[in-house]
Design a protein around this ligand. Structure first.
Ligand SMILES: NC(=O)c1ccc[n+]([C@@H]2O[C@H](COP(=O)([O-])OP(=O)(O)OC[C@H]3O[C@@H](n4cnc5c(N)ncnc54)[C@H](OP(=O)(O)O)[C@@H]3O)[C@@H](O)[C@H]2O)c1
Length: 246
């Protein structure tokens, strides 16, 4: 879809990747960005409209969809991390929260805004997945599962919304330098590198964006994932356990 003149809703827009989506969309010619946040903050830019939006609150999402009738592009960006092994005391509670935000949140927003997008000619819906949608990493086991769920959701949404002309785009990416990865020592992309690739994908009408080489490599290994990916994951995990018990 064309970004020039678009009206976007970005969830989780107050920091991290969501904040950069707002900047990048305006730079690409969006006429307005609704900056969804649990605690919205005023903006100096009249093109940025703060909106109270906790994606786990169906009433707030429904209210937003009823009011923001000019939206042509929805970016389901809000998400929570929280690395957990499967055997931690609070694993089930954390998994429940991640499913609420990372999977049921995008589902609720997509259902509420699908009629708005249809009324405005189709537009586009973007869901932010992760490379961990495809790679179950034991240090982030429950997060991986929530991102696998939203990837599956995106594939169904694409099928269902095609008839109304909505472009449905899934984004896979490794580490990005935001609060979510604070304390993780690894090469990270900047939010601007990620949003540039996503906006390019929207403008080109793509259905999937693999932002980095890691995501491309993991996707291409999927037919042989047990042989190609999991020996490394197992070795890393065994090493971490050995280090923790040494
Ligand atoms: N960082 C990475 O390495 C990485 C890699 C792959 C994918 N991702 C995905 O990229 C997206 C953005 O993450 P990020 O790196 O920018 O993380 P972040 O810096 O932690 O920001 C997360 C954003 O989500 C919002 N949020 C959390 N729960 C919410 C809820 N219930 N309703 C509405 N907003 C909520 C947060 O708002 P508050 O300020 O209110 O908490 C914040 O704005 C997420 O979907 C994440 O899973 C990140």
């Amino acid at each position: 879809m064309q970004l020039e003149g678009s009206v976007a809703l970005v969830t989780g827009a107050n920091r991290g990747l969501g904040c950069d989506f707002t900047r990048a969309l305006l730079a690409a010619g969006a006429s307005k960005v609704y900056a969804g946040a649990r605690n919205p903050e005023p903006s100096d830019d009249p093109a940025v409209v703060p909106v109270r939006l906790d994606v786990t609150d169906p009433a707030q999402v429904a209210d937003a969809a009823a009011r923001l009738t000019d939206v042509t592009l929805v970016i389901n960006n809000a998400g929570i991390g929280g690395g957990r092994t499967l055997l931690a005391d609070d694993t089930v509670q954390v998994a429940r929260e991640q499913i609420e935000v990372n999977y049921l949140g995008p589902l609720t927003v997509a259902r509420a805004f699908a009629p708005v997008l249809a009324a405005n000619g189709g537009g586009a819906l973007v869901n932010i997945h992760s490379v961990l949608s495809w790679l179950a990493h034991p240090s982030a086991a429950t997060y991986s599962a929530s991102k696998a769920a939203v990837w599956s959701l995106t594939n169904s949404l694409r099928t269902v919304l095609r008839a109304q002309g909505t472009q449905v785009l899934g984004v896979h990416v490794g580490y990005i330098d935001t609060d979510m990865t604070e304390g993780i020592e690894a090469p990270k992309l900047t939010p601007a590198e990620v949003t540039a690739k996503v906006l390019e994908g929207i403008a080109a009408g793509r259905e999937e964006v693999l932002v980095d080489q890691l995501s491309a490599d993991v996707k291409s290994a999927l037919p042989n994932d047990l042989e190609l990916l999991y020996p490394n994951v197992q070795a890393e995990y065994d090493q971490a356990v050995a280090a923790a018990t040494a």
